[in-house]
Write a protein that binds this ligand. Structure first.
Ligand SMILES: NC(=O)c1ccc[n+]([C@@H]2O[C@H](COP(=O)([O-])OP(=O)(O)OC[C@H]3O[C@@H](n4cnc5c(N)ncnc54)[C@H](OP(=O)(O)O)[C@@H]3O)[C@@H](O)[C@H]2O)c1
Length: 314
């Protein structure tokens, strides 16, 4: 009898540990299914306010998200650099949603305007509005895989100005307004290239700019959580937009259109995940990537991009 007790204890402890280690991935999977397919989107207008600011709204993800937000009844402050593209976007929104959605245009070239000027412009336009949501989607990358030292200086400057500086200064203009009314949601459109689980050679400056956005979002989310502001960085993998037209001719399950992505994106706005991959096939891709050894991933990504290099042979 004396020898049976420890055996039983050992079996009990081992089975409990086994059960706990099985529960963790199971719970993770259940949470994933809930967030991806079952969780209802937040009513952004009721929850946060009646106006949404969208940068990069003249194309791609920003444009598609502007339409999604309008379909939720939010009025739009459309931020872009090109007057005719801005007007075309506003006209298309008016045509689709009529008088239900009000929109105003803010013309500003985020690559050519100083951060402080961008902030002052935004502070001026949002003063009288009930700003509920900010989407920082404006962004650019380079057209083709390029060695770090060969990236055109103007492109380097634009990436830093638009992807990093503009998002920072616009957020800086909006946060006090949201904090004052104790509610607001901010979505920074990052990228799965931001790192953490793989490198992104030949698009280094772009990927590094997205790492900045991820850290900005994650940290200020903690700073302003108690002030009622939900800040999130959404990190898609590849999409079929202007930005990637040199890579993909059309959309597919794993390379969705901006419209498909924006539907998934809307489902996540305001929820607690500071960093997220809202479109499920992208999330699956990231899951598989995380399982692979770093050296293998780095080698594959390096080979993939080096094959498409503009200056092959250099
Ligand atoms: N496509 C992808 O595979 C992918 C993947 C992950 C993350 N993202 C991110 O998603 C965001 C949107 O990308 P997208 O694919 O939708 O690209 P896109 O179709 O090229 O749209 C980019 C938007 O940013 C605006 N923009 C660029 N430079 C600007 C400037 N100097 N001033 C003001 N606006 C400017 C563009 O305005 P114009 O219309 O005037 O050019 C356009 O509205 C970016 O932040 C990107 O990094 C994209």
């Amino acid at each position: 009898m004396a020898t049976q007790t420890p055996d039983f204890m050992v079996i009990f402890v081992i089975s409990s540990l086994g059960f706990i280690s099985l529960c963790k991935p199971l719970l993770g999977f259940i949470k994933w299914v809930w967030a991806m397919f079952l969780r209802p989107p937040k009513n952004l207008r009721d929850h946060y306010g009646s106006w949404a600011i969208v940068t990069g709204c003249t194309d791609g993800i920003g444009k598609a998200l502007a339409f999604q937000l309008a379909s939720e009844g939010l009025n739009l402050l459309l931020v872009g650099r090109n007057t005719s593209k801005l007007e075309a976007t506003a006209d298309a929104i008016r045509e689709r949603f009529g008088a239900r959605v009000e929109s105003r245009n803010v013309v500003v070239d985020l690559a050519k305007t100083s951060g402080e000027e961008i902030m002052k412009t935004m502070e001026g336009v949002i003063k009288e509005l009930d700003i509920g949501v900010l989407v920082n989607s404006a962004g650019l990358a380079y057209e083709g895989a390029t060695f770090f030292h060969e990236v055109d200086s103007e492109v380097v400057e634009s990436i830093i100005k638009v992807n990093i500086e503009a998002a920072t200064w616009i957020t800086k203009a909006v946060v006090p307004v949201m904090a004052k009314k104790k509610k607001g949601a901010i979505v920074n459109v990052g990228s799965a290239s931001y790192g953490g689980f793989f490198s992104f050679p030949f698009f280094t400056i772009y990927a590094a700019s997205k790492a900045y956005l991820a850290m900005l979002s994650r940290s200020i989310n903690l700073e302003y959580k108690k002030a009622g502001i939900d800040i999130q960085c959404q990190n898609p993998c590849f999409l079929a937009t202007n930005m990637t037209e040199f890579l993909f001719e059309s959309s597919s399950l794993f390379i969705p259109s901006a419209e498909t992505f924006s539907k998934a994106s809307l489902q996540w706005i305001g929820y607690e995940e500071q960093l997220c991959v809202p479109y499920w096939p992208h999330s699956l891709q990231c899951f598989v990537m995380k399982l692979l050894p770093d050296s293998f991933k780095d080698r594959c990504i390096f080979l993939y991009f080096s094959r498409m290099m503009k200056n092959i042979g250099n």
